[in-house]
Design a protein around this ligand. Structure first.
Ligand code: ATP
Length: 498
């Protein structure tokens, strides 16, 4: 370490949650603009070191033990006590937010960073000159996705750029072009980059220094970059690559000139996104309406046709029977069916959505970029689940009433609508007090159900996920617990209500 280092790390030790020491008393420094490659055997702890510098290890669900000090621009971090998020991390799988467009992936970071340096805006416009910002990230090529991830990390404006195996899956030329790009960015911004890599042949010629993590001794030591044999052959190709990528930006780059906007727009964005998914998706509406229609039909059809009274007595008890069917349908059966169908569908959607975000490191990326992702998504889910409970119950009552009326007309052809109306809603029409009491209970059970289902889906969905299979199990658990809670709440409230 020397005085020119802008960041110094002293006595860094990392122990995994299972008690394995990965590195002990590592000391190193990083100077402005330099590119440092970190190598070592698989599983030695390279990613853990960059996760420690980006504040992600301490935020991990599992309990890691860290020790050491980081010194940066007059500030000291004691890693055993506080997270140190000085590094912006480009994840190996890019961890792009796949529900946002390419441009929105960058904008959401810019909007959570504060003032964006105009030099950085130019740099990003060049970097993404061939990417249409309106394109979904899933439609971008692998290289474009990687550059979007880099641009997003640049916008977070951290003091050091961290890359986790950025060249994995790239061919020789693309890998060299990427390191050259990283090098150029570091020079322009005066920030160091620490790159974790397995395949270093392409990186060594452009690296300023190399750190080796010795997994036997758990020590970090500096090696001379052994680029001598590679340099001559690589310089020609990489300068060709630089020429290739350094042309005039095309028209799309104008759209990448990011103007900061208020963070509230992101809260509204997530509220609108989840409103569509949880309250207004045609599939959800169609299935809830089908359920309500069937209940409306069944209760009237079987209520009148399968009694022991016979045609004559049925017409005598008609008014009271219709009143009873209408009252139970509106206060008990329809709120239960609407809640149950809503919870089964939405708990699956929310759990799958969060599980995917956890598995693909999207939450970790957002936290590294300073985006309060959990706050946005949890609030958006909670508000829209409550709204879905209310809207779908009201919609179901309308549909069930319509189905009940049509069924009643089939049985009692020629009877006036007013007769049905007067009796079906008699309990509510004749006594406004009843309307308020039972309306209040219905509101209570719908909101209680939505709240419990939301908490269930968020807790299960946001837990650590090891694989797609664990997401599938989480979805099943979330539906079963959410539906059971719904049945229990409605049953308990029915006992209190009557
Ligand atoms: N949550 C965890 N609990 C226990 N051990 C863990 C946990 N996460 C990672 N490890 C272990 O920590 C060690 C270091 O992991 P890390 O990802 O830092 O290694 P790496 O050097 O980057 O490996 P690779 O080069 O293969 O990506 C590994 O042996 C890994 O199994």
């Amino acid at each position: 370490m020397n005085a020119a280092h802008m960041i110094t790390v002293a006595n860094l030790s990392i122990t995994t949650p299972t008690g394995r020491v990965l590195v002990r008393d590592a000391n190193f420094g990083l100077s402005p603009g330099e590119v440092v490659v970190l190598v070592g055997p698989s599983g030695s702890g390279k990613s853990s070191i960059i996760n420690a510098l980006s504040g992600l290890l301490m935020a991990d669900d599992a309990h890691w033990t860290l020790a050491g000090q980081v010194h940066l621009a007059g500030r000291d971090y004691d890693l055993s006590r506080e997270p140190c998020n000085i590094g912006g991390l480009v994840f190996q799988n890019n961890a792009l937010f796949d529900d946002l467009s390419a441009g929105a992936n960058a904008r959401i970071t810019a909007d959570h960073t504060g003032k964006v340096d105009p030099m950085l805006v130019d740099l990003i416009a060049q970097l993404l000159h061939d990417v249409d910002p309106n394109l979904p990230v899933s439609s971008c090529s692998g290289g474009q996705r990687q550059r979007i991830a880099i641009a997003r990390t640049l916008l977070a404006n951290r003091d050091v750029l961290l890359f986790d195996e950025p060249n994995s899956g790239l061919d020789k030329v693309a890998a060299r072009r990427l390191v050259q790009l990283i090098r150029q960015m570091c020079h322009q911004m005066g920030k160091p980059a620490l790159i974790v890599a397995h395949h270093v042949d392409d990186l060594l010629p452009l690296a300023d220094r190399v750190f080796y993590l010795d997994s036997t001794r758990r020590r970090l030591r500096e090696l001379p970059p052994d680029a001598a044999a590679l340099d001559a052959a690589l310089v020609g190709e990489s300068s060709a690559a630089a020429e290739d990528g350094g042309g005039e930006p095309v028209a799309a780059s104008q759209a990448w000139r990011i103007k900061p906007r208020t963070r509230w727009r992101w809260m509204l964005h997530y509220l609108a996104e989840y409103f569509w998914i949880l309250c207004a998706s045609p599939l959800l509406l169609g299935y809830v309406m089908l359920g309500a229609g069937i209940v409306g039909f069944v209760s009237v059809w079987f209520g009148f046709n399968y009694d022991a009274l016979g045609d004559f007595v049925r017409s005598i008890v008609h008014d009271d029977a219709l009143m009873g069917i209408g009252f139970i349908e509106m206060t008990v059966v329809i709120p239960l069916i609407a809640s149950l169908l809503m919870v089964a569908c939405n708990n699956a959607v929310v759990t799958a959505d969060l599980g995917n975000r956890v598995l693909s490191s999207q939450f970790r990326a957002m936290s590294n970029l300073g985006i309060p992702a959990r706050r946005y998504i949890y609030v958006a889910v909670a508000v829209n689940m409550a709204l879905a409970g209310l809207l779908l119950t009201v919609l179901s009552e309308v549909v069930a009433s319509f189905a009940s009326y049509q069924t009643w007309r089939l049985i009692f052809a020629g009877q006036p609508f007013e007769l049905w109306m007067e009796n079906f809603y008699r309990e509510f029409l004749r006594n406004h007090h009843t309307l308020w009491i039972h309306g209040g209970w219905t509101l209570f059970k719908v909101i209680a159900t939505s709240t419990v289902a939301t908490v269930t889906a968020l807790l299960i969905g946001a837990r650590r996920k090891e694989s797609v299979i664990s997401i599938n199990h989480a979805i099943a658990r979330s539906i079963v617990i959410g539906a059971s809670a719904t049945l229990t709440i409605h049953a308990l409230v029915a006992v209190l209500q009557f």
